[in-house]
Design a protein around this ligand. Structure first.
Ligand code: ADP
Ligand code: MG
Length: 174
Protein backbone atom coordinates (compact mmCIF):
# COMPACT_ATOMS: atom_id res chain seq x y z
CA UNK A 1 0.00 0.00 0.00
CA UNK A 2 1.30 3.44 -0.91
CA UNK A 3 0.74 6.80 0.71
CA UNK A 4 -1.60 7.62 -2.19
CA UNK A 5 -3.82 4.66 -1.27
CA UNK A 6 -4.07 5.96 2.29
CA UNK A 7 -4.78 9.58 1.43
CA UNK A 8 -6.90 8.96 -1.66
CA UNK A 9 -4.54 11.15 -3.70
CA UNK A 10 -4.01 10.16 -7.32
CA UNK A 11 -0.59 10.03 -8.93
CA UNK A 12 -0.78 11.32 -12.48
CA UNK A 13 -0.40 10.38 -15.21
CA UNK A 14 -2.07 6.99 -15.02
CA UNK A 15 -1.12 4.74 -17.92
CA UNK A 16 -2.90 1.58 -18.98
CA UNK A 17 -2.56 -0.70 -21.98
CA UNK A 18 -5.55 -2.44 -23.55
CA UNK A 19 -6.03 -4.74 -26.51
CA UNK A 20 -8.97 -4.48 -28.88
CA UNK A 21 -9.10 -7.59 -31.12
CA UNK A 22 -11.75 -6.14 -33.42
CA UNK A 23 -13.96 -3.11 -34.01
CA UNK A 24 -16.62 -4.59 -31.73
CA UNK A 25 -14.14 -4.24 -28.85
CA UNK A 26 -13.62 -0.61 -29.82
CA UNK A 27 -17.40 -0.12 -29.82
CA UNK A 28 -17.73 -1.71 -26.37
CA UNK A 29 -15.09 0.63 -24.98
CA UNK A 30 -16.88 3.63 -26.53
CA UNK A 31 -20.18 2.52 -24.97
CA UNK A 32 -18.58 2.22 -21.53
CA UNK A 33 -16.85 5.58 -21.92
CA UNK A 34 -20.12 7.26 -22.93
CA UNK A 35 -21.70 6.01 -19.70
CA UNK A 36 -19.18 7.96 -17.58
CA UNK A 37 -20.57 11.29 -16.35
CA UNK A 38 -17.11 12.90 -16.59
CA UNK A 39 -16.95 12.34 -20.34
CA UNK A 40 -19.28 15.33 -20.70
CA UNK A 41 -16.57 17.75 -19.64
CA UNK A 42 -13.52 15.94 -20.93
CA UNK A 43 -10.90 16.81 -23.50
CA UNK A 44 -9.78 13.55 -25.10
CA UNK A 45 -6.92 13.24 -27.59
CA UNK A 46 -6.75 10.43 -30.12
CA UNK A 47 -3.31 9.52 -31.37
CA UNK A 48 -2.21 7.00 -33.98
CA UNK A 49 -1.34 6.68 -37.66
CA UNK A 50 -3.83 7.05 -40.50
CA UNK A 51 -6.20 4.10 -40.32
CA UNK A 52 -5.41 3.33 -36.69
CA UNK A 53 -9.07 3.79 -35.73
CA UNK A 54 -9.30 7.28 -34.23
CA UNK A 55 -12.38 8.35 -36.19
CA UNK A 56 -13.95 4.93 -35.72
CA UNK A 57 -13.66 5.24 -31.95
CA UNK A 58 -15.12 8.76 -32.05
CA UNK A 59 -18.03 7.55 -34.21
CA UNK A 60 -18.89 4.79 -31.75
CA UNK A 61 -18.60 7.23 -28.86
CA UNK A 62 -20.82 9.86 -30.51
CA UNK A 63 -23.44 7.23 -31.37
CA UNK A 64 -23.37 5.97 -27.78
CA UNK A 65 -23.89 9.53 -26.55
CA UNK A 66 -26.96 9.88 -28.76
CA UNK A 67 -25.70 11.57 -31.94
CA UNK A 68 -27.93 10.61 -34.85
CA UNK A 69 -27.44 10.98 -38.58
CA UNK A 70 -24.18 10.99 -40.48
CA UNK A 71 -20.96 11.40 -38.51
CA UNK A 72 -18.43 12.89 -40.87
CA UNK A 73 -14.68 12.77 -40.40
CA UNK A 74 -13.65 16.42 -39.90
CA UNK A 75 -10.47 16.00 -41.95
CA UNK A 76 -11.35 18.92 -44.23
CA UNK A 77 -13.55 21.03 -41.96
CA UNK A 78 -11.12 20.59 -39.01
CA UNK A 79 -14.06 20.56 -36.60
CA UNK A 80 -17.53 19.03 -36.56
CA UNK A 81 -19.82 20.29 -33.79
CA UNK A 82 -22.70 18.27 -32.33
CA UNK A 83 -25.45 19.73 -30.21
CA UNK A 84 -27.41 17.28 -28.10
CA UNK A 85 -30.14 18.58 -25.80
CA UNK A 86 -27.88 18.33 -22.76
CA UNK A 87 -24.39 18.18 -24.25
CA UNK A 88 -22.18 20.00 -26.74
CA UNK A 89 -19.52 17.95 -28.49
CA UNK A 90 -16.73 19.05 -30.82
CA UNK A 91 -14.81 16.54 -32.92
CA UNK A 92 -11.56 17.98 -34.24
CA UNK A 93 -9.17 16.57 -36.80
CA UNK A 94 -6.03 18.70 -36.90
CA UNK A 95 -4.37 16.63 -39.67
CA UNK A 96 -4.54 19.58 -42.07
CA UNK A 97 -4.24 22.34 -39.51
CA UNK A 98 -0.84 23.87 -40.15
CA UNK A 99 -1.03 27.45 -38.92
CA UNK A 100 -1.51 27.84 -35.15
CA UNK A 101 -1.93 31.59 -35.76
CA UNK A 102 -5.44 30.73 -37.01
CA UNK A 103 -6.28 29.19 -33.66
CA UNK A 104 -8.10 32.20 -32.15
CA UNK A 105 -9.56 33.40 -35.46
CA UNK A 106 -11.08 29.97 -36.08
CA UNK A 107 -12.80 30.20 -32.70
CA UNK A 108 -11.02 27.17 -31.30
CA UNK A 109 -9.89 28.97 -28.17
CA UNK A 110 -13.53 29.78 -27.40
CA UNK A 111 -14.56 26.18 -28.00
CA UNK A 112 -11.96 24.87 -25.58
CA UNK A 113 -13.20 27.40 -23.00
CA UNK A 114 -16.80 26.15 -23.39
CA UNK A 115 -18.38 23.33 -21.42
CA UNK A 116 -18.76 20.06 -23.29
CA UNK A 117 -16.83 17.15 -24.72
CA UNK A 118 -13.88 17.85 -27.01
CA UNK A 119 -12.28 15.09 -29.06
CA UNK A 120 -9.16 15.70 -31.13
CA UNK A 121 -7.37 13.65 -33.77
CA UNK A 122 -3.80 14.71 -34.61
CA UNK A 123 -3.41 16.87 -31.48
CA UNK A 124 0.34 16.82 -32.20
CA UNK A 125 -0.30 19.56 -34.79
CA UNK A 126 -1.69 21.99 -32.18
CA UNK A 127 0.50 21.07 -29.25
CA UNK A 128 1.06 24.67 -28.13
CA UNK A 129 -2.61 25.67 -28.40
CA UNK A 130 -4.70 22.99 -26.71
CA UNK A 131 -5.01 22.54 -22.96
CA UNK A 132 -3.61 19.47 -21.27
CA UNK A 133 -5.71 16.47 -22.33
CA UNK A 134 -7.72 14.74 -19.64
CA UNK A 135 -7.25 11.45 -21.46
CA UNK A 136 -4.99 10.43 -24.33
CA UNK A 137 -5.98 7.35 -26.33
CA UNK A 138 -3.08 6.07 -28.38
CA UNK A 139 -3.97 3.49 -31.03
CA UNK A 140 -1.52 1.16 -32.71
CA UNK A 141 -2.25 -1.51 -35.33
CA UNK A 142 -0.67 -4.88 -34.63
CA UNK A 143 0.39 -7.48 -37.20
CA UNK A 144 -2.97 -9.25 -36.98
CA UNK A 145 -4.86 -5.94 -37.46
CA UNK A 146 -6.02 -5.82 -33.86
CA UNK A 147 -5.47 -2.63 -31.89
CA UNK A 148 -2.97 -2.07 -29.12
CA UNK A 149 -4.28 0.81 -27.03
CA UNK A 150 -2.52 2.96 -24.47
CA UNK A 151 -4.71 5.10 -22.24
CA UNK A 152 -3.07 7.94 -20.35
CA UNK A 153 -5.00 10.00 -17.81
CA UNK A 154 -3.32 13.35 -17.19
CA UNK A 155 -5.92 15.00 -14.95
CA UNK A 156 -8.41 14.16 -12.21
CA UNK A 157 -11.14 14.02 -14.88
CA UNK A 158 -9.09 11.49 -16.85
CA UNK A 159 -8.40 9.47 -13.71
CA UNK A 160 -12.14 9.47 -12.90
CA UNK A 161 -12.88 8.21 -16.42
CA UNK A 162 -10.45 5.33 -16.05
CA UNK A 163 -11.66 4.41 -12.60
CA UNK A 164 -15.29 4.56 -13.80
CA UNK A 165 -14.30 2.15 -16.57
CA UNK A 166 -12.91 -0.19 -13.94
CA UNK A 167 -9.40 0.43 -15.23
CA UNK A 168 -6.89 0.61 -12.44
CA UNK A 169 -3.40 1.99 -12.72
CA UNK A 170 -0.88 -0.30 -14.35
CA UNK A 171 2.01 2.03 -13.74
CA UNK A 172 2.58 5.71 -13.40
CA UNK A 173 4.82 7.12 -16.08
CA UNK A 174 7.83 8.99 -14.73
P1 ADP B 1 -8.09 7.08 -38.35
O1 ADP B 1 -9.17 8.05 -37.98
O2 ADP B 1 -7.19 6.71 -37.20
O3 ADP B 1 -7.29 7.52 -39.55
P2 ADP B 1 -10.29 5.38 -39.15
O4 ADP B 1 -11.09 5.21 -37.90
O5 ADP B 1 -10.78 6.31 -40.18
O6 ADP B 1 -8.77 5.70 -38.75
O7 ADP B 1 -10.11 3.95 -39.85
C1 ADP B 1 -9.86 2.78 -39.12
C2 ADP B 1 -10.24 1.58 -39.98
O8 ADP B 1 -9.84 0.39 -39.30
C3 ADP B 1 -11.73 1.50 -40.19
O9 ADP B 1 -11.95 1.03 -41.51
C4 ADP B 1 -12.18 0.44 -39.18
O10 ADP B 1 -13.32 -0.26 -39.60
C5 ADP B 1 -10.96 -0.48 -39.14
N1 ADP B 1 -10.78 -1.21 -37.89
C6 ADP B 1 -10.48 -2.52 -37.79
N2 ADP B 1 -10.36 -2.92 -36.53
C7 ADP B 1 -10.58 -1.84 -35.76
C8 ADP B 1 -10.58 -1.62 -34.34
N3 ADP B 1 -10.33 -2.59 -33.46
N4 ADP B 1 -10.84 -0.37 -33.92
C9 ADP B 1 -11.08 0.63 -34.81
N5 ADP B 1 -11.08 0.47 -36.15
C10 ADP B 1 -10.84 -0.76 -36.63
MG1 MG C 1 -9.51 10.04 -38.68
Amino acid sequence: MTAADLTGAVHLPIVKTLHWPDEAATARFALALAAQPQVRLAYIELQGDLGAGKTTLVRHLLRALGVQGRIKSPTYAVVEPYELHDLNIWHFDFYRFSDPREWIEAGFRDIFASPGLKLAEWPENVAGCVPKADLVVQLGVTEDESRQVTLTAHTAVGAALLSGLGITSEHNAP
